[in-house]
Design a protein around this ligand. Structure first.
Ligand code: ADP
Ligand code: ZN
Length: 615
């Protein structure tokens, strides 16, 4: 059976995506590989198909090493649904259950075995691998989330270091390392730590064309988020990232009050609660997870329709990793971020106050600046993102700036007013002040605090009366992003000039800004009164839409019975294709993407009944 045969028959997919075929041929033929692919790129098939092919050729078991115990059950469940023999070994199994799995593995009854690194490197497990190896029944090692081996990566797991044993002990057994983390430092570290210097590297484009990037200016973040979810993603699954645990709790509460099915997730919650919330998010439809960055690694739910950031991440790597959790199924999805002056100030403060060495802080500041540059950008967001990862590209047509090019205004004069006021305040008072006072002075507002410090005597008092506070905030944000103003955290977040300020004061560097767009008007109540609208991933007419809704209801039942997430049974896109085609016979169901042989066998009758009943 050829690799593309396996793709059609078992997974029901028509063609390979990106470099999948090359990778599969290389590894299937016994080569070592390093696979760098963005989240949702389709890494799993890159080891699953070689594993199936090699098992059929009599080469035995593939061991998949993954740090994510909580997700192994669903990964294995998805393989079972496709008719592939798989199992996992982890601490959630009883001794007896684990023993049964080991016996099956030793008999060669398992094609893919999932285990965590700490399990793989135990003497007991190694002894079993030895036995398989001696009989030529150890087919392949797939090391998933391979960036965990590197302390430069963001999820360092010391247990990954011990995996060098595989190379030393099982010479000749092919190994592949897979990750979505791109930067050069981590990549080099993976190769060295796992002794994969000779491996062939497959680096995919990091573009995620189905994700639409939008970054809006923060006004009233809660209202902005509510409108975004209600308008764009009613009843759809999404993730909302917030920085603090408290904010996570508050926001989850607010969303619930607005009738959105939202759950909180952060490291401060009891682990049983966290697990329960994660399960609901994975298993049910349309759940919104409000979370800190503690949530997300390895979450392979394909139908997350949006990722929203209410606070700015630390850097572009983090932003891209988090937003990448949207739209793994390739259907359109949104990455939406709301950002404002306070984000800039907070992130700076966290770096400055952190315990790290100065050189490290300097690199963190550089990374933050790149992200601020993205947020303030007036050109294509995707081009900027990809450029950050070293990829050249053309304007994408699927980001806010491409879809609605922002009006730009020249804020140089306003910037000069702000900078010279900072300078003058310092000269007059000998101390610095924060953003509020600064803007009051420039706009000529005679507040108590202005009077108290005699600031109306400054020559710049009121020079910017014709600018709105919003405009000045925008200018200040840009100045912070450019490093032309610094926040002095030792002195109550006051603003101070930097070496870059001079060039702007002298008019050598222009300050160009996006025109602030006014908030869209509130929608009157929910879009649909009384009835939930079903949104299908493709255009469907009324009858087909009803079939789609019926199929979803049926799928939910099956998923519950099998104790698996709904998408493991069929993806939304598969159900929508069925609804559109309105099949009358088994034959009509063939060739629908996601409909492998095993699923056809197991579910065709039911599916025909469901669509038939819908008429
Ligand atoms: P990754 O691990 O790289 O984030 P996955 O392996 O989870 O990505 O794949 C993402 C989604 O894309 C999955 O739902 C998978 O079924 C689907 N997929 C992968 N390869 C193909 C393909 N060749 N055709 C259609 N769908 C695919
Ligand atoms: Zn664009």
């Amino acid at each position: 059976m050829s690799y593309s045969h396996i793709l059609h028959e078992i997974f029901g997919y028509e063609r390979f995506r990106g470099p999948q075929q090359d990778i599969i041929e290389h590894v299937g033929g016994g080569g070592d590989a390093l696979v760098l692919m963005p989240t949702g790129g389709g890494k799993s098939l890159c080891y699953q198909i070689p594993a199936i092919a090699r098992q059929r050729a009599g080469q035995g078991v593939t061991v998949v090493i993954s740090p994510l115990i909580a997700l192994m059950h669903d990964q294995v469940g998805a393989l079972h649904e496709a008719g592939v023999s798989a199992a996992f070994l982890n601490s959630t199994l009883s001794g007896e259950e684990a023993y049964q799995v080991e016996q099956r593995m030793l008999r060669g009854d398992i094609t893919l075995l999932y285990a965590a690194p700490e399990r793989v490197t135990t003497p007991r497990f190694l002894a079993q691998l030895d036995a398989l190896f001696e009989r030529g029944q150890l087919s392949l090692f797939a090391i998933d989330e391979a960036h965990c081996v590197s302390q430069w990566g963001h999820d360092f797991r010391p247990e990954y270091r011990a995996l060098t044993v595989l190379h030393e002990r099982y010479a000749g057994v092919p190994r592949m390392a897979l990750t979505a983390t791109a930067d050069d430092l981590t990549r080099a570290d993976i190769l060295e730590r796992l002794q994969l210097q000779e491996a062939r590297a497959f680096v995919s484009s990091f573009d995620r064309p189905n994700i639409r990037y939008t970054i809006v200016e923060k006004r009233d973040a809660t209202t902005q988020l509510l409108r975004f979810v209600e308008r764009e993603h009613p009843d759809e699954a999404g993730i909302v990232y917030c920085q603090s645990r408290k904010k996570v709790e508050d926001m989850a509460h607010t969303l619930c009050e607005a009738g959105i099915d939202a759950l909180p997730y952060h490291a401060g919650l009891d682990s049983a609660v966290r697990q329960a919330h994660q399960d609901r998010f994975l298993r049910e439809e349309g759940v919104v997870m409000v979370a800190t960055i503690a949530f997300g690694m390895g979450i392979d739910k394909p139908d997350v329709r949006f990722v929203a950031h209410l606070d700015m991440p630390k850097n572009i790597e983090g932003y891209y990793q988090e937003t990448g959790r949207a739209g793994r199924d390739g259907l359109s999805a949104d990455a939406w971020m709301c950002y404002g002056l306070s984000d800039v100030v907070n992130q700076r403060r966290m770096i400055d106050e952190g315990p790290a060495e100065e050189a490290f802080k300097q690199s963190m500041r550089g990374k933050l600046e790149a992200l601020l540059g993205l947020a303030e950008a007036i050109d294509c967001r995707r081009t900027r993102l990809l450029a950050y990862f070293g990829e050249a590209s053309q304007p994408c047509g699927n980001c806010d700036n491409c879809l609605q090019p922002p009006a730009v205004w020249d804020g140089t004069q306003a910037a000069q007013m702000l900078l010279s006021t900072i300078y003058r305040i310092d000269k007059l008072s000998g101390i610095s002040f924060g953003a509020g006072q600064l803007m009051d002075i420039v706009r000529g507002k005679k507040t108590e605090k202005v009077a108290q410090h005699g600031h109306e005597r400054l020559s710049t008092f009121g020079v910017g009366a014709n600018f709105s506070e919003l405009q000045l905030r925008g200018v200040l944000r840009q100045l912070l992003a450019m490093g032309a103003v610094m926040v002095d955290v030792q002195a109550f977040n006051t603003l101070v000039l930097t070496a870059q300020s001079r060039a702007i004061l002298k008019g050598e560097v222009p300050v160009l800004l996006r025109e602030s767009v006014s908030l869209p008007k509130a929608t009157k109540g929910r879009l649909t009164a009384g009835r939930t609208v079903v949104k299908a991933p493709i255009e469907l007419d009324g009858v087909a839409l009803q079939r789609y809704a019926d199929l979803k209801a049926w799928r939910a039942e099956v998923a519950r019975e099998h104790n698996l997430p709904a998408y493991v049974i069929f993806h939304d896109a598969t159900l929508a294709a069925i609804a559109e085609r309105s099949p009358q016979t088994m034959d009509d169901l063939q060739g629908i993407s996601g409909m492998g042989v095993k699923k056809l066998e197991a579910y065709a009758q039911e599916v025909l009944r469901v669509v038939g009943a819908a008429g």
